[in-house]
Design a protein around this ligand. Structure first.
Ligand code: SF4
Length: 355
């Protein structure tokens, strides 16, 4: 992108930047890396309009990394509830503890150390380094991908191959190779959100119109190209195991899906569950402790490319939950189960088994 386009982009941003709780009115002011980290993590997969209130409440309760590091996982989840992707909240807490444990209690100021922190990838690291530390660091999110794809008529996505990803990152680095990288990055994100939208981009109000190949060729609807999804069918069984004292078993790790969070035990199985305790369930409960096994129902669900169909088995135990818990499992009060299990996959199974 030439210097004239970048100047037009900055001018457009200064006139059109929305007022957001994580954005200071002085767009040239360096930001608090903690606030950048929280807002950018919340904004991954979630609309700005939704994040706004969550961010305000969060910053009121956890104004800095030291306060957050002392919070319990339950409380962090409470403030995250509704934003989805709970692994993000869990990683936020892990990272807060690491950063608060540093002598300086400061976020690292280089990409390598930032990306070593849980939940911080190339995008968030670039956002912290450019927006908070004003470094010449690139970012690449869905908005920038869409804009680059249209500006240069790129008929591939960064996810297609290593070379494709590198092409997009090179365009992102080009606009970040400036003392105003922070503004170019944020202006492009805003432009993607408000003007170069997924459907019906408003090219007439775009500061980059003169340099946009897709607009010039009247082909904006062709970019970015559609993702090629190969859907895979997956059939499985989900276990809702309840102890005599009304606690539900949650497991961590060793599962097909949700590897990094507590979930209900599940495994691949043939269609149509049969009554009785499946052999795979004996990994979690002693068969002698089982009072009854019921087929509670079934549900459909989609995760990434998987089109799932799951049977739900409700397993009632005649014994109480063990007092000493293992690191890879937890017994959750039945009354708190819908709050504890974050994924809609678990919520669908719980609804079938407990309603
Ligand atoms: S001219 Fe249109 S398609 Fe091109 S970057 Fe601007 S809004 Fe997007």
């Amino acid at each position: 992108m030439n210097s004239k386009s970048l100047r037009l982009l900055r001018e457009w941003f200064k006139k059109n930047a929305a007022s957001l709780p994580w954005r200071p009115s002085n767009l040239d002011a360096p930001r608090d890396p903690y606030a950048v980290w929280i807002s950018e993590t919340m904004l991954q997969q979630t609309q700005v309009s939704t994040v706004r209130d969550y961010f305000i409440k969060w910053m009121k309760r956890f104004p800095d990394v030291a306060t957050l590091a002392k919070a319990s996982e339950e409380e962090v989840f409470k403030y995250w509830q509704g934003l989805g992707y709970y692994s993000r909240a869990r990683n936020i807490l892990k990272t807060a503890k690491i950063v608060a444990g540093n002598i300086s209690q400061k976020f690292p100021e280089n990409r390598k150390d930032l990306e070593a922190l849980p939940g911080i990838g190339a995008y968030t690291a670039g956002a912290i380094l450019s927006l908070a530390y004003h470094q010449r660091e690139a970012i690449l999110d869905g908005n920038l991908v869409r804009i680059f794809s249209r500006l240069y008529a790129l008929e591939f996505l960064p996810t297609d191959s290593k070379e494709a990803a590198e092409t997009y990152w090179n365009y992102a680095r080009e606009i970040a190779d400036s003392s105003k990288a922070y503004m170019h990055n944020e202006a492009l994100m805003e432009l993607g959100r408000t003007v170069c939208k997924v459907r019906n981009p408003e090219c007439g109000s775009c500061p980059l119109l003169a340099s946009c190949r897709a607009a010039r060729e009247n082909r904006t609807a062709e970019f970015p190209p559609a993702k090629k999804h190969v859907q895979k069918d997956w059939h499985g069984t989900v276990l809702v195991i309840e102890s005599m004292d009304h606690k539900i078993l949650a497991v961590h790790g060793g599962q097909k899906f949700f590897k990094n969070q507590f979930t209900l035990p599940h495994f691949e199985s043939p269609r149509n569950a049969t009554a009785g305790l499946p052999a795979q369930a004996e990994k979690y409960v002693d068969a002698d402790a089982v009072q009854s096994v019921e087929i509670a129902g079934k549900f459909r669900h989609g995760i990434t490319v998987h089109k799932m169909e799951c049977d739900v088995l409700y397993v009632k135990l005649r014994t109480k939950a063990p007092k000493r818990e293992r690191a890879d499992s937890r017994w959750v009060e039945r009354s708190r189960a819908t709050e504890f299990f974050a994924s809609s996959f678990c919520l669908k199974a719980l609804e079938q088994a407990l309603s």
